[in-house]
Ligand binder design. Structure first.
Ligand code: ATP
Ligand code: MG
Length: 437
């Protein structure tokens, strides 16, 4: 008896045509991030559970309810990474990078959180992140933010707003928490069970509650900005001045606290906020990041400050798709084949052209030309040619542009065999990757 299977809930198969946009996002990231002096780090998918408990924090949503944690066959508790900052810090310490004055890394890969799913919120999702270790200087914060900004510009996502806040230093936190608790305490009896728990376990998280009923109370809550010390305040002023100098607009958002415990000083998010309605709700938050000056030390390393961000690639892909900016890679030329020896010559030509880096396709089934035209349309080939007896003998091809109507005078061009590769190269240079209208 055969058995059918489905992918695990919240985990997606990715394939064409949408995979082309994924690859575009990844390709653009690799190029841009390395230009900015960030090199790639790849860490394992699983880590010691304790690494995340210690760094992300016991009372966070991630650790308290979202982790894929299990015992391996050796009885060790391991966790599929819910984020990549802690693994990168672990690798940074373990491999002696903390000896270097500056280390800049980017990563790109799947993360796992057992979440309530909706559009843009999955259980296996992909993050692109960038971390800079070493410099405590505000210019490092600004550079890291500018990298995220430049990437969002490069991929062509409009209407993303930078939300900015400072959480001050770890020492500033207790005073603020006290004030926050005092603010919420008289109302706790009216809270939902979930919010009561958040109040008890991680009061600051109430600030980014999604419960409408709580919003007025959140709006009137004390701002962390009134509680941060002079050093953190001066640092924040400098970050803002640098962003302004770089021409990066931002909105101050005193409620921006971020969900992970390790953040200090600068925190930021990039949110897709178009004019009018069509926002993506919570899926509109495409990037989150900030400084985490104590994490390296807390994980057993030396006293090294750091700053970084993580972007949700799933959400960026959804956005580009919704904006009609889906990437597509189309064959430059589809060669229809005849039976017999001509087919051998045609396949040899296809192979030669492919070996020169040109995207050329054919239908191994051969058959009626009409069917091969249909196949060429199905794979969205840009041009079509029949490799027939005449073409074989005259070494000359009548190439049809599949995007033009039959009535267009440029519909058909004649290209000699020995000029074919060069002609295709020019076509591909003119539009290497096309975007659906
Ligand atoms: P949210 O408030 O949306 O749950 P978060 O604070 O948990 O976000 P981070 O841990 O800061 O998110 O992750 C950085 C980015 O990764 C988010 O801004 C988002 O774009 C993306 N991301 C986080 N969780 C998911 C998920 N479950 N599915 C898809 N993308 C996600
Ligand atoms: Mg979350």
């Amino acid at each position: 008896m055969s058995q059918k299977f489905a992918a695990v809930k919240g985990m997606n198969d990715l394939f064409a045509p949408r995979i082309e946009t994924w690859q575009y996002l990844e390709r653009t990231a690799r190029e841009l991030f390395s230009t900015w002096g960030y090199s790639e780090i790849r860490t394992p998918i699983v880590e010691d559970t304790a690494l995340f408990v210690r760094s992300v924090g016991e009372v966070t949503d991630i650790v308290s309810k979202e982790m894929y944690t299990f015992d391996d066959k050796g009885g060790r508790s391991i966790t599929m990474r819910p984020e990549n900052t802690a693994p990168a810090v672990r690798a940074y310490i373990e491999n002696g990078f903390a000896q270097q004055p500056v280390t800049r890394w980017y990563y790109l890969g799947p993360m796992f959180r057992y979440e309530r799913m909706k559009t843009g919120r999955y259980r296996q999702f992909y993050q692109l992140g960038a971390e800079a270790y070493g410099p405590a200087d505000a210019s490092q914060d600004a550079e890291n933010i500018a990298l995220a900004w430049s990437y969002l510009k490069a991929i062509g996502v409009p209407h993303v707003k930078l939300h900015l806040n400072s959480l001050g230093d770890a020492g500033d936190r207790p005073k603020y928490l006290e004030a926050l608790k005092a603010h919420f305490a008289p109302h706790v009896a009216t809270f939902s069970e979930a919010s009561k728990e958040t109040f008890e376990r991680n009061t600051m998280r109430l600030l980014d509650t999604k419960e409408e009923a709580l919003k007025p109370l959140v709006d009137s809550a004390p701002s962390i900005g009134d509680f941060i010390g002079d050093a953190a305040r001066a640092h924040f002023e400098e970050v803002k001045a640098l962003l302004t100098a770089m021409g990066i607009p931002f909105t101050l958002d005193p409620r921006l606290v971020r969900g992970l415990d390790y953040y200090t000083r600068t925190t930021f998010e990039f949110i897709y906020e178009p004019e009018g309605e069509n926002s993506l709700g919570t899926a509109g938050t495409v990037c989150g990041g900030g400084r985490y000056d104590n994490l390296v030390k807390e994980l057993g390393g030396p006293d090294k400050p750091a700053v970084g961000f993580a972007m949700g690639l799933d959400r960026l892909e959804i956005l580009l798709d919704a904006l009609g900016k889906r990437q597509e890679r189309r064959p430059l030329l589809f060669i229809a084949t005849m039976d017999g020896e001509l087919k051998v010559a045609a396949i040899k030509l296809v192979t030669d052209l492919r070996n020169q880096g040109l995207a050329v396709d054919f239908d191994p089934r051969g058959g009626k030309i009409k069917r091969q035209v249909e196949r060429a349309s199905a794979v969205k080939a840009r041009h079509f040619v029949v490799y027939g007896q005449a073409e074989h003998e005259t070494r000359s091809f009548k190439i049809k542009n599949m995007d033009l109507p039959d009535s267009d005078p440029n519909k058909e061009v004649t290209v000699p065999l020995d000029g074919l590769a060069g002609w295709l190269l020019n076509v591909s240079k003119a539009a290497p990757v096309t975007t659906t209208p």
